[in-house]
Design a protein around this ligand. Structure first.
Ligand code: 5GP
Length: 195
């Protein structure tokens, strides 16, 4: 059986990537999603086990100690990590699994995996990103400041990615990402040719 592919998606907080991904999964339901373990508090509207498994800092440290994570990073004071087993299972089953990671996590996964590609979702402008973060109303003013600073650092590293998609119009962003995924599927080293 052919091995699966890791698809890394990053984008600063406020780039609209959650909405983009929701729409992408509607369009491409065959894609799997890696549910991250995180030590941050659950936001209003978030559901345990949907996008994240919310765990304590101690539980997270145990996962690190037990080598249960493919990668992890501390972002704005909280731990975020990718459990390794579901990723390995998808790869073994020849499936595509989407990993939403910050830039450091993306860097670490790229170094480890031999069949992956990465997409950076860029906000249309810094002002748009700030406006989204503020209007979301899920973070304190201090947390927003931290995230804006992190966003600047992340945008500076967008060139590390295979693709950059500017999230101007949601439907176009989703269609562009679907096109990238479909094109990647047709790469000659992923297609086994038999007549
Ligand atoms: P948020 O708190 O806004 O949900 O996520 C903060 C940042 O953590 C985002 O950039 C998001 O992409 C990133 N992130 C989410 N899950 C993971 C993960 O498993 N590993 C890493 N390294 N970053 C993650």
């Amino acid at each position: 059986m052919s091995k699966g592919t890791l698809i890394i998606i990053s984008g600063p907080s406020g780039s609209g990537k959650d909405t983009v991904m929701k729409e992408l999964f509607k369009l491409m339901p065959e894609l799997k999603f890696s549910i991250s373990s995180v030590s941050r508090a659950m936001r209003e509207g978030e559901v345990q086990g949907e996008k994240y498994n919310f765990i304590s800092r101690d539980e997270f440290l145990k996962m690190i100690e037990n080598n249960d994570l493919l990668e992890y990073n501390e972002y704005c004071g909280n731990f975020y990590g990718t459990p390794i087993k579901p990723v390995n299972d998808c790869i073994e089953n020849g499936q595509e699994i989407l990993l939403e990671l910050d830039v450091n996590g993306a860097y670490n996964v790229r170094k480890k995996c031999n069949d992956c590609f990465s997409i950076f979702i860029m906000p249309p402008s810094f002002e748009a990103l700030k406006a989204r973060l503020v209007s979301r109303g899920t973070e304190t003013a201090e947390a927003i400041e931290k995230r804006l600073k992190a966003a600047k650092d992340e945008i500076e590293r967008a060139g590390e990615y295979d693709y950059i998609v500017v999230n101007n119009v949601l439907s176009e962003t989703v269609a562009d990402i679907a096109t990238i995924i479909k094109s990647e599927r047709m790469k000659s080293d992923r297609v086994s040719v038999t007549l």
